[in-house]
Design a protein around this ligand. Structure first.
Ligand code: PHB
Length: 386
């Protein structure tokens, strides 16, 4: 086995040398992620997932060693441009990996485009990134905020719900998730009767829960994630609302959060591009490797990070490790099929995954797959000129 690996490494090195690049040039990868605040666990899971795939490839991508650079973006849009430029200008990274928060990611995408640095977005769903801000060097291995939320619309209507109240943080991800749900729900025949919100990342939900109780809609749809999602689900349950007004959400509501949410989350239905219990050989292998490496189960964020490394591997393989061939590297990534633990996916022209959205039900510590809610759902990529 070692013998085979050594020969493969030698062949890769020779190919790189023949292409004119320096065989010992390391590939510089910059992680711009939240390592503190309400989304800290999400940032860590993305980094873990990325590094797991690299470890599975013997510590390299496209035959290249990797040098990592890291910035904690704190999910703070006000510092986003400066943080992005630390990685782009100071560290001169070849590829940017990030981030979680949509507002931060939009600034990151602008900075990446200005510098013509390749960016792979590993969570943030801001529709604009693969809409008006799309570009040849901009990729996403996660989702648009529209995607999972839209998928819940027809599912909820089919359960007999005619009216809905929505509640979220007032920022791009919240607004767009609500927009997606509303589009799907109203197209199916339902009506969103009130849209409630509070500033990100506030968790003082009490007065809004009182308003929901008074409005008595058939259902509530929500977007919250990370620490905020934990608190929202606990508060909704503690107020007794789950007994009379069923709660639905984009699957971030219950992903990576179940340990903390415990009993309050049981039975919740959400839609997302990943689920527990898929029971495919690909997902089972990924989960076994992840839990062995990190002593915990992976979540959707880990998958998105893992797939960013897989996508890079496709691009780097096509250029035989010579990442100075930027155009060829990028076009190979754009046309790749990613063998994801979620199920394999391709990218739209705009660079966003075209993927199945699962309906999941919380059962113990798992978001168990119920069914595929919408197959191969592509974001409409409104405003992308590619
Ligand atoms: C976002 O800001 O786009 C966002 C943040 C956390 C999530 C999902 C989306 O879990």
């Amino acid at each position: 086995m070692n013998h085979v690996l050594t020969r493969a490494a030698l062949a890769a090195a020779l190919t790189i040398a023949a292409s004119g690049a320096h065989a010992d040039d390391k590939l510089k990868v910059g992680f711009m992620l939240p390592y503190s605040g309400t989304f800290a666990a999400l940032g860590n899971a993305i980094e873990n997932g990325f590094k797991l795939y690299v470890a599975e490839q013997g510590g390299k991508l496209g035959g290249r060693e990797i040098e990592y650079f890291k910035v904690d973006d704190e999910s703070n849009p006000a510092k986003a441009a400066e943080n992005a430029n630390r990685l782009i200008k100071r560290d001169q990274v070849d590829v940017l990996i990030g981030t979680v928060h949509s507002g931060v990611a939009m600034a990151l995408a602008k900075a990446a485009k200005d510098a013509d640095t390749t960016l792979i977005v590993t969570n943030a769903g801001a529709n604009a990134i693969t809409g008006p801000l799309c570009g040849p060097g901009i990729f996403r291995t996660s989702f648009t905020n529209w995607q999972p939320a839209y998928a819940m619309g027809p599912v909820a209507y089919a359960k007999g719900h005619k009216t809905a109240v929505t509640i979220t943080w007032k920022y791009a991800a919240g607004d767009e998730a609500i927009g997606g749900f509303k589009e799907g729900f109203e197209k199916a025949g339902g009506k969103v009767v009130r849209e409630l919100s509070l500033p990100f990342p506030n968790v003082e939900f009490q007065s809004l829960l009182t308003e929901i109780a008074a409005l008595k809609p058939d259902m509530v749809f929500t977007f919250f994630a990370g620490g905020g999602a934990v608190k929202f689900v606990q508060d909704y349950h503690a107020a007794g609302l789950d007994k009379t007004i069923p709660l639905y959400g984009s699957g971030f509501l219950t992903d990576g959060t179940l340990q903390a949410q415990g009993a309050s989350a049981q039975g919740l239905l959400t839609t997302l591009h990943y689920a527990d219990g898929l029971n495919t050989p690909r997902d089972n292998a990924f989960r076994a490797d992840y839990s062995k490496a990190y002593k915990m189960q992976p979540d959707v964020y880990a998958v998105q990070g893992y797939d960013a490394a897989q996508l890079m591997q496709s691009g780097l393989t096509a250029v035989k490790g010579d990442f100075s061939k930027k155009e060829a590297f990028r076009s190979a990534m754009r046309t790749a099929t990613v063998d994801s633990p979620r199920g394999s996916f391709t990218l739209s022209k705009a660079g966003n995954p075209v993927q199945d959205i699962y309906l999941r039900r919380v059962d113990g510590l798992e978001n168990k797959v119920v069914e595929v809610a919408v197959q191969k759902l592509a974001d409409p990529a409104r405003g992308c000129k590619l």
